[in-house]
Design a protein around this ligand. Sequence first.
Ligand code: PRP
Length: 219
Amino acid sequence: MLTLALSKGRIFDDTLPLLARAGITVAEDPESTRKLILPTNRADLRVVLVRASDVPTYVRYGGADFGVAGLDVLLEADATLGGDGMYRPVDLGIARCRLSVATPQGFDYAHAVRQGSRLRVATKYVHLAREHFAAKGVHVDLVKLYGSMELAPLIGLADAIVDLVSSGGTLRANGLVEVEPIMDISARLIVNQAAFKTKTAALKPLVDGLREASNNIPI
Ligand code: PRP
């Protein structure tokens, strides 16, 4: 049995068409079931639904043989899990967005940086944010949040946020503006190294199928 770890939402929705092109259909829609293990049309493959930030943990420790995780989540996990134990063979090119610094409209970020002001920044991505600001020589106090980062500057919890921006709709709706892109993000296929060695015959065709399917995605 092979186990694929996915998270509900964008990762699941964008992975589904790739799986379909590789001949795999998932038996149930995660939005209409509370089940966490979903069978597929293949008797030897199941999907498990986990929190996006837990996908690398499941794959790293062999709870899942492979999974799909955003580069943001992967890089952040590297800081705590270490990069060992997982292959990252394919940039699937899905769930594209960018990690950016955003501030309330009217906050002069460039001026604050020039002045050497100490900024309070709310984010779920403390490791990536710390690296980014350290490389720029900007002094920051990081406030770790687990979601709804956009709220923090609105109620005076932070001067700025570091968060994912896709359409920009969430920032606009909350009166924030993107002031500094940090990196482009897309979802990656990750594979447990031991599983890839012991289950090569079953796993490699799936990895190859997903790679081929992702190559055909219009960018
Ligand atoms: C992400 C991110 C932003 C939003 C950006 O949240 O944290 O809030 O999407 O997308 P937009 O630019 O298209 O508005 P997501 O919906 O993935 O949920 P999360 O807060 O649980 O990460």
